[in-house]
Design a protein around this ligand. Sequence first.
Ligand code: FAD
Ligand code: DHB
Length: 445
Amino acid sequence: MSIIRTQVGIVGAGPAGLLLGHLLHLNGIDSVIVENRSREYVIDRVRAGVLEQGTVDLLHAMGVGSGLQRAGLRHDGLYISFDGQRHRIDLAELTGGKAITVYGQNEVVRDLIEARVQTQRPLYFEAGRVSVTALESTTPTLRFEHNGDECEVRCDFIAGCDGFHGICRPAIPESVLTVYDRVYPFGWLGILAEATPSSDELVYTRHERGFALFSMRSPSLTRLYLQVPPDEPIANWSDEAIWREMMVRMSTRDGWRPNVGRIIQKSVTPMRSFVAAPMRHGHLFLAGDAAHIVPPTGAKGLNLAASDVLVLARALKAFYEDHTTAYLDSYSDVCLRRVWKAQRFSWWMTSTLHRFPDANPFDDQRQIADLDYLTSSRAAMASLAEQYVGLPAEVPLEDAGLPIGGSSEPLAGRRRDAVQAQVDDHLPVDVPGVANHVVHDPDLR
Ligand code: FAD
Ligand code: DHB
C-alpha cells in the first residue's frame, strides 16, 4: 500500500475540486486530487456555459484566464422570448458594467487540469473504490485504488468536490444532514451543433409546447436546449425531430431563428433543486454539486461551485497561516446564504419559463404576466440582471490570497518560500513507507 501525506485531500476533479486545488497551491497548501473518471471523460463532458462576472474575475486572478481571455464570449445582455417576441435585457447597463461570459465548462476544466499538471502536485484519474473515513478526527483518510495499487492519503482535511452522485455526502451520518429536495417534472435535451450562432446573445424562450434555450460555444458552434419529459429516451429524438421542435418553439415574429447544422452531441438531463446542510461534517467540507444542485435555467451551478471553494480556500489559508478556525466554522453558513439565493433565482427562472404538465389556463396567464412585467419594468429587469451576472462575492479575492485585478504568479512566487517551509514543517518526517507528498500521476506524464 502507498501512503501519501497531504494537507487537503480533494475528491473529484470537476470545477470545484480543480479550482480548490489551484487556490490552495497559490497559498502554498498541499493537496491530492482523486478523480474516478478518465482525464478525457472529464474534459469531454459537455455541461455549463455561462460564467458570472465574479467567476471570470476569479479565474483571471488565479492566473488561469488565458483561454478564457482568448475564446470566452462576453455578453452584455440576453433575450427573454415569449408570445413570438424577443425582449432584450441589458445586463451591463443595469449592473454598472457587469456581464456574463460564455466559455464551456469543459474548457474551464481543461485549463485547470493543465495548470494542475504544471504545479506538479498530484492528480489521480481513474481511481477505483474511492472512500473517506475518520471524518470526525483530525486525521481523516482518503483511500483509493490506482493501477492495481492501494493508496491511502492521510489528510488534515477532506474536500468533497465529487458532485451529486459522489461518495462524500453519503459518508456523513444521515442524522446530522438536513436535505431539501425538489424534483421537476421535466428535463433538458441539450445539443451542440456545427452552426454559426444566429444571435450574439442567449435567448430564453417560453412557448406553450415548452421551454427552449439558445446559446453557443464559439463563432461556429451553437448550443441549444429543449424542455422534454425527465426520463425521455434520447433515442426518441431524431436530429430532424429536434430541429423541427427547436424551430417551432424559438422562431419569433421578426423572422429570427437558430441556424441549423450537423448535431455533434446530444443528451438529456433531469432537473432538480437540492441542498444538503450543513456543508461540513468534522474535517470533511462539501463544495459544489456534492452539496447542492440547481436547475440549470439560472446558469448558477458551476458559479456556486466556484464561490464555495473561494470561501473554503480563505478558511484553509487562515487555518494554516494564522492557526484560526473561525472561517472553517462559518464555512457552511457563508456558503448556504448564497446557495439559497441562487436556489430561489433558479427556481423562479425555471417556473416562469417552463411548461408544467399540470398547468391550467390560469397558470399560463400568470406566467405571461410575469414575463410581461419582467420585460417592461426597469426594476424587474435590474433584479434579474443583478442575479444573473452574479451577486457580490462572499469573500474578497485578496482574502483567499489572490491579487485584485491581475495574475497571481507574483503573489504565489513571493510567498512561496515562507509558506512552503510551514507546509514542510507540518509534514511527518521519517515515517516508514510514507511516499513523498508530491506524487506524479503516470497518466499525466
Ligand atoms: P462535477 O462537475 O459533477 O464534478 C464532480 C467530479 O467528481 C466529477 O469529475 C466526477 O467524475 C467526480 N467524482 C464523482 N464521484 C467520484 C468518486 N467516488 N471518486 C472520485 N471522483 C468522483 N452551471 C453554471 O454555472 N452555468 C451554466 O450555464 C450551467 N449549465 C448547465 C447545463 C447543463 C445541461 C448541466 C447538466 C449543468 C449545468 N450547470 C451550469 C451546472 C454545472 O455543470 C455544475 O454545477 C458543475 O459541474 C458543478 O461542478 P462540481 O465540480 O461541483 O461537480
Ligand atoms: C447554458 C446553460 C445554461 O444552463 C444556461 O442557463 C444558459 C446557457 C449553456 O450551456 O450555454
